[in-house]
Ligand binder design. Structure first.
Ligand SMILES: [Zn+2]
Length: 231
């Protein structure tokens, strides 16, 4: 499997016969090998996760499917892409042959994805995170944590090959809460921090602050757009 980091929460995952583009909003979309079926997944409609440019891919490639969180209104989808678009609700399942897509509810908008394809399992969190903020009312931070743990429960004990998980420097001292809980819940072979706002130093900070963490070696140190990882 080849994983290309495109920017922010945007990744392209290429398997033998299929490819998955997640949450593209900026940067260069790598060329997908002709003949592969491309699934374009969007976790929610926010501008840093959804860019209507993705619909141009349907003209460029012959076999493109869009799996869009249902908070993206139909009016935003070009007419000629509607027939190849699946609008997916939180906590639901969709199958296409051997491909299984399961969604989790997000603590922000939309969904997180759990995908099984070609014997591999992928997790893309979208904005599902423990969004604790300094200065926010304790009651709302407490409710956030409760929802986060509840919504993430479907990944408990799951075998995951590649996981894409928010690590957001804007949360300051709380930046690792969501990541740490995710790592406790599941054994992902590779964990790609995302939603870093181009501040990749936050990954180094996590490594510095977790010197003996059992998942340390599975954290992928992303350092710039366009980087490719094989696993
Ligand atoms: Zn976001």
């Amino acid at each position: 499997m080849k994983v290309t980091y495109i920017g922010h929460s945007g990744f392209l995952v290429e398997l033998e016969e299929t490819a998955f583009l997640f949450d593209y909003y900026q940067g260069e979309i790598p060329k997908v090998e002709e003949g592969k079926r491309l699934y374009v997944c969007v976790s929610h409609r926010h501008g840093d996760h959804f860019n209507p440019e993705i619909f141009k891919l349907a003209a460029k490639y012959s076999d493109v499917w869009y799996i869009l969180s249902n908070d993206i209104w139909k009016s935003r989808i070009p007419q000629d892409c509607l027939g190849r678009t699946v609008s997916i609700r939180p906590k639901s399942k969709w199958e296409d042959g051997d491909i299984q897509v399961e969604t989790l509810k997000s603590t922000d908008e939309g969904v997180a994805f759990l995908i099984q394809a070609e014997g591999k399992a992928l997790y893309h969190g979208g904005d599902l995170n423990n969004w604790r903020w300094e200065g926010e009312a304790e009651e709302s931070n407490r409710r956030m944590e409760e929802h986060f743990k509840q919504f993430l429960e479907p990944v408990r004990g799951r075998k995951i090959d590649a996981a894409f998980v928010p690590l957001d420097p804007r949360q300051e001292g709380n930046y690792a809460l969501g990541m740490d809980y995710f790592l406790d819940l599941t054994q992902a072979k590779r964990v790609y921090p995302m939603h870093c706002w181009e501040d990749y130093g936050i990954i180094g900070r996590w490594l510095d602050e977790h010197p003996a963490h059992p998942a340390r070696d599975r954290i992928v140190q992303i350092s710039g757009r366009g980087e490719e990882f094989r696993q």
